[in-house]
Design a protein around this ligand. Structure first.
Ligand code: EPZ
Length: 422
């Protein structure tokens, strides 16, 4: 196992390049199952989850290779195996994104039910509801979702759930509908930029999708899709994480390839608490010149405040001049970072889906345990500003979604290194 060792107290100064978006790359890679011929994807980040998806696609008969420029070439060659097994799916929930493409292209799919994870229950009922509406027959057999379909036909589908829409559920239904006969309307579709990027890729492959980015997506089915060339959008959650790194260290960072239009609610909150965030031709510059004000945030589906930046923002608010309130409406249990952060001197009190964040003057370094991808990032941010040394254990969580994090931070002045635990 590996850990990050951080000596806190350095101001960050310089430029950080933002990598391609994990949550766009994963469904777009899965969509290659739908295509006849080769697809070339650029700006695909080198992450554990991406490598996991490559392994899964290989098992499903899709050849995946990176060329010397880093571009990823995908070609579905063998349609025999349609079974995504537990040992793969249990490592990465996004494996569920192969369900829609397999059903649409090969008329059958067997996917291990993704288990829960550290941010709480991860149901897939809405995914199955949408695919059944298109004509799929679903069964649960020894922990696997088994789906078959003679033919997929367009349908009107409502994908809203108790916690808003479903991002990967929208991706699954959208991908399957591209090859269904007739028109499909998805109501209460997810509006995330990653869904827009997936739809743009599918339209390059010959799909006929409109309304992506709004809660109502209309898809006219086509007979087949060809491969296409596509560059994945930048990762807005990675960008948001480094914006907070600049803020908490009172630093000055320029983020290359950061799209502020994908982070409107988040940026609005940061400006409200006193951060200077400006777009320039070099990228997005972030600086903070004073103690920040407290505020209240509630996570919502896009375009609301992103749940994937909740843990990181909690670190920022821990240093504000007063008490803040953080309410998690997407994954109400997504607070595993609270106990670990309190070991570093934050004053966080959980009351159901809400955490009261009491502003403190300083944090103290400590050995802490990563739990989920974004909670791990929050612990690194806390380490950057803590007095003394912080050791963040179980780095594999971080490697799932952040490309070369310690190298990017070291390049702008952080005292950080990766070690192998004895
Ligand atoms: C995607 O997960 C992201 N993952 C998550 O990012 C992100 O936190 C989440 O969307 C919300 O934005 C990928 O895109 C690979 P959901 P997803 O289905 O699609 C409930 C990260 O850190 N729900 O939109 O699995 C569900 O319980 C990861 O990169 C149902 O009730 O999330 C949750 O409360 C973590 N029934 C809410 O909807 C369903 O059938 C949103 O879940 C499906 C979901």
């Amino acid at each position: 196992m590996e850990s990050l060792i951080i000596q806190g107290g350095n101001r960050l100064k310089g430029t950080i390049p933002i990598s391609g978006a994990k949550n766009a790359a994963l469904p777009i890679m899965a969509a290659s199952i739908l295509c006849e011929g080769e697809t070339i994807l650029r700006n695909v980040p080198d992450l554990r989850d991406v490598r996991q998806m490559c392994t899964l696609l290989n098992r499903l008969g899709v050849k995946v290779e990176r060329d010397e420029t880093g571009a990823m070439h995908l070609r579905a060659e063998d349609e025999m195996n349609c079974h995504a097994e537990y040992e793969l799916v249990s490592k990465m929930r996004a494996s569920i994104c192969v369900l829609g493409p397999l059903l649409a292209k090969r008329r059958k799919a067997q996917i291990s039910m993704p288990g829960g994870c550290s941010i709480g229950d991860r149901p897939v009922r809405l995914h199955i509801k949408g695919l059944e509406a298109l004509g799929g027959d679903a069964d649960l057999v020894t922990g696997d979702i088994v789906m078959k379909a003679k033919k997929l036909r367009g349908a009107e589908i409502f994908l809203g759930g108790a916690f808003g829409s479903t991002v990967t559920g929208t991706a699954n239904v959208l991908m399957a509908a591209t090859l269904a006969e007739g028109r499909t309307i998805i109501e209460s579709a997810a509006c995330e930029p990653e869904i827009v990027d997936l739809a743009e890729f599918l339209n390059k492959c010959g799909a006929r999708i409109e309304g992506h980015g709004t809660p109502r997506i209309v898809i006219e089915g086509v007979a087949s899709l060809h491969g296409a060339e596509h560059s994945v959008i930048p990762d807005r959650i990675e960008a948001g994480t480094y914006i907070i790194a600049a803020a908490v260290t009172n630093g000055e960072l320029t983020l290359k390839d950061c799209r502020l239009e994908h982070l409107v609610a988040f940026i609005d909150t940061l400006r409200k608490v006193g951060l200077n965030i400006e777009k320039s031709d070099k990228g997005v510059s972030v600086s903070s010149s004073r103690r920040l004000d407290p505020t209240e945030i509630t996570t919502q589906p896009y375009p609301g405040f992103p749940t994937d930046l909740q843990a990181q923002t909690m670190v920022l608010l821990s240093l504000a001049d007063g008490n803040s309130i953080v309410t998690e409406k997407v994954f109400p249990d997504r607070f595993l970072h609270v106990a670990e952060l309190n070991r570093m001197g934050t004053r966080l009190r959980k009351e159901g889906p809400t955490v009261i964040v009491q502003g403190v003057k300083k944090l103290i370094g400590a050995p802490v345990m990563a739990s989920d991808l974004r909670a791990s990032a929050a612990l690194v941010l806390a380490g950057l500003i803590s007095k003394g040394q912080t050791r963040v254990q179980r780095m594999y969580h971080l490697d799932r979604g952040y490309e070369k994090m310690e190298l990017k931070l070291k390049a702008v002045g952080a005292d950080i290194s990766r070690v192998t635990d004895e």
